[in-house]
Design a protein around this ligand. Structure first.
Ligand SMILES: [Zn+2]
Length: 567
């Protein structure tokens, strides 16, 4: 409903003589997106004998497979609170202990509920060998940006009632309503394929790169049940995610689905959306799905080879009717357009091949030129305003880029931009783009306070490897504060015995996991005390005064290093 308020404000503010036009006919949420919510009806489904799916509790499903005297959990949901809710229901079905947890991949909505499922029985946690690295990356060096972009994409910055569903689940629970993460790292990892037996259940894990490079699928040969993780769900797949992701290899994804198809499963139990049973139905559906992915991949490359750039390919690509009409390829999560751009940049990188984009004008110079063309800033503003009234929302939004670049935080432009974003968002059925627009509009509100999606707790930090935390230090060096510095320090952790040599050298921080001779400064601390300082839970000067961090040598060198990494 917010669009109407903004529109009202906008028209009153800009042109008092204008008649107020309110588009009452516009539905605030498109009907197809409302219909899609039924996909996430909250329940526990017994898919086949002893195989249960908890759906609708969280963004991702959690599954339980009953063994003879213990059970297996596949994916754990994304918080302690959602995992607890699911676990209590699973225990009513079968109270036996949990002896194995399997992560289909590293994403938080699958792994952050693990501590709850593990609390009574200390189960083995299975994952691909690269899963730990990817978990650390998201909660490590990329946390600030992934957190902010995920918050927009999932609509976690919006009031709960404004989020109809998230396309692959009802809502993202991580960071929502005070819920907390309960991450555990994998204890048993593999490379290509792993076979084992748990409580009479034969399990085969296949490495299956697709939505993520560490993705696996679970095959229970005796039950003909296959758990595809996030390589299959009932919407067009997120071959690229707008929250930001490493390149998703489409050819590998197709190959992974083909591995599943030829096992001829009778039950397909995805980590998002509902299960499917029936050998023919599953084969047909997986074939449609893999064809959708391969079509986008192959056609993008064909167009690339004809010399087209990513913008042109994105304009041209669309699924043929027989694929586009499939209920499994409706665009409630990914889109062919974003995917084509992903394929282009995955194979060719950022340069589109057009010499005019090789060294574009600085943004400010371009903005000033456009403003001059329009006849001045006020004139460009009124063109943007007119465009909005003519429902050319995208064009009006693009013009606000120039207006705001040249007059940052201009109130009238912010209101116009909010109105454009609201109008674009309201019309979107794809939840990712819908909430990205609507959240961006909400964030333009002066009084809005951003929710920190993946804000770590002190407890979670203690489980976090010190090596990964030191990586964060490297990418936080501020050149202006360090360009004159040349400091060498030795960090020595008194509880684990680990040593790290740090060299801050004119804007670059080198860190080595061993002692390099030549440091006159030794820093002695327990890992958890250093982690608390690195994450800002404790202050460095106070830790030095209380003695939790001891320095042999120049204290000012340590203070100087830390003052170089705070922006
Ligand atoms: Zn997922």
């Amino acid at each position: 409903m917010k669009i109407y308020i903004y529109l009202l404000f906008f028209f009153i503010l800009i042109s008092c003589s204008e008649e107020i036009e309110i588009e009452t006919s516009l539905p605030s949420t498109p009907e197809d997106l409302i219909q899609h919510t039924s996909e996430f009806q909250k329940e526990v489904i017994e898919v086949t004998d002893g195989v249960h799916m908890a759906i609708g509790f969280a963004l991702a499903n959690a599954m339980m497979v009953e063994g003879e005297d213990s059970n297996i959990i596949i994916d754990t949901t994304g918080t302690v609170e959602t995992a607890r809710e699911v676990k209590e229901i699973f225990e009513l079905i079968n109270p036996n202990p949990i002896s194995a947890i399997i992560y289909t991949h590293n994403h938080g909505d699958h792994v952050y509920g693990a501590s709850v499922f593990a609390e009574d029985s200390d189960p083995e946690i299975y994952a691909h060998s690269s899963t730990e690295k990817y978990i650390s990356r998201v909660i490590g060096i990329l946390r600030p940006i992934i957190s902010s972009r995920s918050g927009k994409m999932f609509g976690n910055v919006l009031p709960n009632e404004d989020v109809e569903n998230n396309g692959i689940g009802p809502f993202l629970e991580i960071g929502k309503d005070g819920r907390t993460p309960g991450l555990l790292y994998p204890t048993k990892v593999f490379e290509d394929k792993l076979e084992f037996e748990v409580s009479g259940i034969k399990v085969v894990l296949y490495h299956a790169p697709g939505e993520t490079n560490d993705q696996l699928f679970v095959w229970l040969p005796d039950k003909k049940a296959l758990f595809p993780g996030d390589n299959f769900y009932k919407t067009f797949p997120n071959l690229y995610t707008i929250r930001g992701t490493p390149y998703r290899d489409l050819a590998g994804w197709v190959n992974s689905i083909d591995m599943m198809r030829y096992l001829e499963p009778e039950h397909l139990i995805p980590s998002h959306t509902r299960p499917i049973s029936g050998k023919e139905e599953i084969y047909k559906t997986l074939t449609t799905y893999r064809d959708g992915i391969q079509y986008v991949h192959d056609q993008t490359i064909r167009m690339m080879n004809l010399g087209m750039g990513p913008d042109e390919i994105a304009e041209k690509i669309s699924l043929p009717k027989h694929l586009g009409d499939s209920p499994f390829l409706k665009e409630f999560y990914g889109s062919p357009e974003w995917s084509a751009r992903n394929v282009f940049s995955g194979y060719l990188g950022w340069f589109d091949g057009n010499p005019s984009t090789l060294k574009p004008l600085p943004r400010m110079e371009e903005a000033n030129n456009i403003i001059a063309l329009a006849g001045g800033w006020e004139k460009l503003f009124s063109i943007a305003e007119e465009s909005f009234k003519k429902e050319q929302y995208q064009w009006a939004l693009q013009l606000t880029d120039y207006l705001l670049l040249t007059k940052p935080n201009n109130k009238e432009t912010n209101i116009l931009r909010q109105s454009c974003l609201q109008a674009l968002g309201e019309r979107e059925s794809n939840p990712n783009s819908r909430y990205f627009y609507l959240s961006s509009a909400a964030l333009l509100d002066e009084n809005y306070k951003q929710n920190n999606l993946l804000a770590p707790t002190q407890e979670s930090i203690n489980k976090y490897p010190i090596e990964a935390m030191l990586e964060i230090l490297k990418v936080s060096v501020v050149p202006e504060k360090s360009i004159e510095k040349d400091i060498q320090l030795l960090f020595q952790f008194t509880d684990t015995g680990k040593k790290f040599s740090l060299f801050l050298r004119k804007g670059v921080l080198e860190i080595q996991p061993f002692e390099v001779a030549g440091s006159s400064v030794q820093v002695l601390a327990k890992e958890e005390d250093m982690k608390a300082v690195l994450t800002g839970f404790k202050s460095l000067p106070i830790s030095m005064v209380t003695g939790s961090i001891k320095v042999n040598g120049s204290k000012s060198d340590l203070l100087s290093l830390f003052s170089s990494v705070r922006s």
